[in-house]
Write a protein that binds this ligand. Structure first.
Ligand SMILES: *[C@@H]1O[C@H](CO)[C@@H](O)[C@H](O)[C@H]1NC(C)=O
Ligand SMILES: *[C@@H]1O[C@H](CO)[C@@H](O)[C@H](O)[C@H]1NC(C)=O
Ligand SMILES: *[C@@H]1O[C@H](CO)[C@@H](O)[C@H](O)[C@H]1NC(C)=O
Ligand SMILES: *[C@@H]1O[C@H](CO)[C@@H](O)[C@H](O)[C@H]1NC(C)=O
Ligand SMILES: *[C@@H]1O[C@H](CO)[C@@H](O)[C@H](O)[C@H]1NC(C)=O
Length: 392
C-alpha cells in the first residue's frame, strides 16, 4: 500500500512537472462578489460558541451536526498515516496520545473531550486532529492600507499538501474532505460576540480570526531547518512542555487582549513549540505586521508603514526577506497583482481578485476570508480551483 501511494505521488509530481512552470494567469478583475462556476465559491455556515458554558459543552452542537464529516476526514488521515506505518501510529494515537498530551491547558482538554463525546471520534484522534494544524497550512495572507487609512486583511487558506493526490479527478483528498468542515464561529460571552474565527470543525485554536474594532489575525505555516513544528510536537509528546501550542496561544490572545499592540507584543514574545508566521491587522493607520517567529523569539517584524511606502504586507510561507521556493512561488504573482491594483484601489473586493488569481488560488485552497476590523465585516467563501490549476 505504502509503495502504491508513493508511486501515485511520484506520478502526480511528474504530471505536474510536465506543465512546469506553475500555471500563472493574468491578474483577475471584477470577480467579487464571487459568482458561480468555474470558481464555485460557496458561503459557509455560522455557529455560536458560548464561552460562558463549561469547556465540555461549548462545541456540542457543532460537533454533533458535523460528526459524519469529521469522521470522513479522520478516516482519510488514518488511511494515509496507516499506509506508511502499517497501523502502528494510529494504535498509539488511540491508546496513548491522551496520556502523552498531559500538560495541555485544562480548558483545551475539556473542549477536546466535549468534541470527542459529541462526534464519536476517539479523544486521541481529536488530539491528533488539533495537532495537525500546528504545522500544515500553506497560505497567502495580506494586510493593506488604503489612502484614507482603512486597514483590510484577507487570506487564502491552503491546506492538505502531500495528503493524498487523487489521480481520478486531480484533487487533494484531504482538501476535499476539509471543505465541508469549514465554519464561521462566533465566540460569545454574556450573549455578545467577543470575537470570530473561521475553523475546521473539531479544531479549537484560531488560525483565522477577528476581534471587531480591535484586531485581526491569520496564521501561516513556516518551515525552518532549525526546529520544525513537527519536531516541536514530538518534543512535547516526549515530555518537554516549555512552549505554547500556536492554536491555544492565539485563542488566548483573542480571549484576553483588546488592542493591536498588546496582541503584537504577546505574539512576538511568547515561547512556541515551533516556527510560524503571525499576520496581524488593526484599525488605525500603520496597524499591520508580519511577525516571523522561531519557537523562542521573533526573528523579524515587518510593519505596515506609509512613511516608508509600505502600504501592504504580504506573507505566503517563506521569510519575506528571502526568495520563495521556486516551485512554490505564490508571492511574486500576488505582489504583482497588488502593485498593479495600487494603493488607491486597495479595497476588499479588489484584494479578493488578487487571492482569486492562480496560482495564489490553487488546488489546496480551501477557503478565502476577507476582514475589515473597523466595521466588523468578516466574509468567508469556500474555494475550488478549476483546471488548468496548479496543485499548490
Ligand atoms: C474527487 O474524488 C473524491 C473521491 O474519489 C471525492 O471525494 C471528491 O469529492 C472528488 N472531488 C471533486 C472536485 O470532484
Ligand atoms: C441572547 O440574545 C438574543 C438576541 O439578542 C435573545 O433572543 C436571547 O434571548 C438572548 N439570550 C440570553 C440567554 O440572554
Ligand atoms: C522600508 O521598506 C522597505 C521595502 O518594503 C523594507 O525593506 C524596509 O525594511 C522598510 N524600513 C522600515 C524601517 O520599515
Ligand atoms: C517607518 O518607516 C520610516 C522611514 O523608513 C522609519 O523611520 C520608521 O521607523 C518606520 N516605522 C515602523 C513602525 O517601522
Ligand atoms: C483603479 O482601477 C481602475 C481600473 O481598474 C483605474 O481605471 C483607476 O485609475 C484606478 N484608480 C486609481 C486611483 O488608480
Amino acid at each position: 500500500m505504502a509503495r502504491k501511494q508513493l508511486l501515485l505521488l511520484f506520478t502526480a509530481f511528474c504530471a505536474v512537472s510536465a506543465q512546469f512552470p506553475p500555471y500563472v494567469e493574468d491578474c483577475r478583475h471584477g470577480t467579487y462578489p464571487p459568482a458561480d462556476a468555474p470558481y464555485r465559491p460557496v458561503n459557509v455556515p455560522t455557529y455560536q460558541i458560548n464561552l460562558d458554558l463549561p469547556g465540555e459543552k461549548r462545541w456540542t452542537e457543532l460537533a454533533t451536526d458535523k460528526a459524519q464529516e469529521m469522521r470522513d476526514l479522520i478516516a482519510v488521515i488514518k488511511s494515509l498515516v496507516n499506509s506508511f506505518s502499517g497501523g502502528l501510529i494510529i494504535d498509539i494515537v488511540d491508546r496513548d496520545l491522551p496520556k502523552l498530551m498531559s500538560g495541555l491547558p485544562d480548558i483545551a482538554v475539556a473542549e477536546m473531550t466535549g468534541i470527542a463525546q459529541a462526534s464519536g471520534v476517539p479523544l486521541g484522534e481529536v488530539y491528533l486532529y488539533n495537532l495537525f494544524y500546528e504545522f500544515n497550512a500553506l497560505c497567502t495572507s495580506i494586510v493593506s492600507e488604503d489612502p484614507s487609512g482603512e486597514i483590510y486583511h484577507a487570506r487564502n487558506m491552503d491546506f492538505g499538501l502531500f495528503m493524498g493526490w487523487d489521480v481520478h479527478n486531480d484533487t487533494w483528498l484531504l482538501t476535499e474532505k476539509l471543505r465541508p468542515l469549514v465554519v464561521n464561529v462566533e465566540f460569545t460571552k454574556n450573549n455578545q460576540t467577543v470575537f470570530k474565527g473561521v475553523n475546521f470543525v473539531g479544531y479549537i485554536g484560531i488560525i483565522t480570526g477577528m476581534k471587531p474594532q480591535k484586531f485581526s489575525l491569520t496564521v501561516n505555516e513556516r518551515y525552518s531547518l532549525k526546529g520544525s513544528g513537527l519536531a516541536g510536537i514530538l518534543k512535547w509528546i516526549l515530555g518537554t512542555h516549555t512552549g505554547n501550542w500556536m492554536g491555544f496561544l492565539t485563542r488566548t490572545v483573542f480571549e484576553t487582549v483588546d488592542t493591536f499592540s498588546d496582541a503584537k507584543n504577546i505574539l512576538s514574545t511568547k515561547q512556541l513549540i515551533g516556527p510560524i508566521y503571525f499576520i496581524l491587522g488593526g484599525v488605525e493607520s500603520g496597524e499591520g505586521a508580519v511577525i516571523t517567529r522561531a519557537a523562542d523569539k521573533a526573528l523579524d517584524i515587518w510593519n505596515l508603514n506609509i512613511t516608508n511606502n509600505t502600504w501592504y504586507i504580504l506573507e505566503t510561507n517563506y521569510d519575506h526577506w528571502k526568495k520563495p521556493l521556486f516551485i512554490d512561488d505564490r508571492r511574486t504573482p500576488a505582489m504583482k497583482c497588488m502593485n498593479t491594483m495600487g494603493r488607491a484601489n486597495a479595497t476588499l473586493p479588489n484584494i479578493f481578485d488578487v487571492l482569486n488569481t492562480k496560482p495564489v488560488l490553487n488546488k489546496l485552497t480551501a477557503y478565502t476570508t476577507l476582514m475589515h476590523v473597523k466595521t466588523g465585516q468578516m466574509e468567508t467563501y469556500l474555494r475550488y480551483c478549476s483546471d488548468p490549476c496548479w496543485p499548490w
